[in-house]
Ligand binder design. Structure first.
Ligand code: ZN
Ligand code: ZN
Length: 287
């Protein structure tokens, strides 16, 4: 019994450690597959995306790790790509670099007057600034924009996994009230899941908020995962690690919840193809 994880950040973007440090930790955990998903470059300055030069080094170094550790663990070379309409590269730009998989995630909602997109999962003060300056003080409009952009991304890009689907909920505090129970919010989620189903994407169940103590639930929330299950949408469990010690953060606990919901398989890259591999709360059942 062991886990896999396809959402991991190294020091080429905003992670703490080298590729090989993650591989060593994965070997200790007896993982059979490990995917790297560095933040792909965007054409404006951020503190966490790779630069173009770093991207090239990152891709080369993951390829080297594949060769070096190929007998012990399957290593997959991926990227976490962003989507800001008209601003970010198309997924084909990155696919042509020979990646094995792409995670598409929204980290920005709206664009400030100076042309810089507003980080949706950054500090709360920045979120409030975005609500004020881009959306006229209407936090619901910002959240609706976030999910609208998510659907646009699903329609226009070609990717495998949709990352932290409802991450904007970390901004859901008294000063910017929106409730996951409100009909309009549920409607945004349902419309987005329908689009995911149509395009046959994999929904990531991301544990980062849990082990970082910033959220009491996974991204997406449990009530959303129940609908994901009913709709027959495939899922994968990820920790979105930024340090080797985070490689399997909260996996047994979350796998138990997913198992109770009815899920029995994770869709993962294994032996070079996407497959549904059975799991229990103790780990993957390798066949
Ligand atoms: Zn992300
Ligand atoms: Zn990430």
């Amino acid at each position: 019994m062991s886990w896999v994880n396809f959402h991991n950040h190294t020091k080429y973007c905003d992670g703490t450690s080298d590729i090989n440090d993650y591989v060593m930790e994965a070997l200790k955990l007896k993982m059979k597959a490990l995917g790297f998903s560095g933040h792909a470059p965007v054409p404006w300055k951020t503190t966490w995306n790779m630069t173009d030069e770093n991207l090239e080094r990152y891709l080369n170094d993951v390829a080297k790790a594949k060769e070096l550790f190929g007998n012990e663990i399957e290593i997959y070379r991926g990227l976490e790509i962003d989507y800001v309409p008209g601003r970010t590269h198309h997924s084909s730009y990155f696919k042509n670099m020979g990646v094995d998989f792409l995670i598409a995630s929204i980290h920005f909602a709206g664009v400030f007057e100076d042309g810089i997109p507003c980080e949706m999962d950054g500090p709360h003060g920045l979120f409030l600034k975005g609500v004020r300056e881009i959306f006229g003080g209407d936090s619901r409009a910002m959240v609706e924009h976030y999910f609208h952009t998510t659907r646009q991304m699903i329609d226009s890009l070609d990717f495998d996994i949709i990352g932290h689907l409802d991450k904007i909920k970390i901004q859901n505090r008294p000063e910017s009230p929106f409730s996951e129970n409100e009909p309009w919010y549920k409607n945004e989620i349902l419309r987005t899941l329908e689009k995911i189903k149509q395009k046959n994407c994999i929904v990531e169940v991301n544990t980062r908020g849990l082990y970082k103590g910033v959220c009491s639930e996974t991204y997406p929330s449990e009530w959303i995962l129940k609908i994901v299950y009913e709709m027959g949408i495939p899922i994968v469990l990820s920790s979105d690690s930024h340090a080797p010690a985070e490689l399997n953060g909260f996996f047994p606990e979350v796998a138990q919840t997913l198992y109770n919901t009815g899920f029995r398989v994770f869709r993962i890259l294994y032996r070079g193809a996407w497959r549904d591999v059975p799991f229990t709360p103790r780990g993957m059942e390798w066949v």
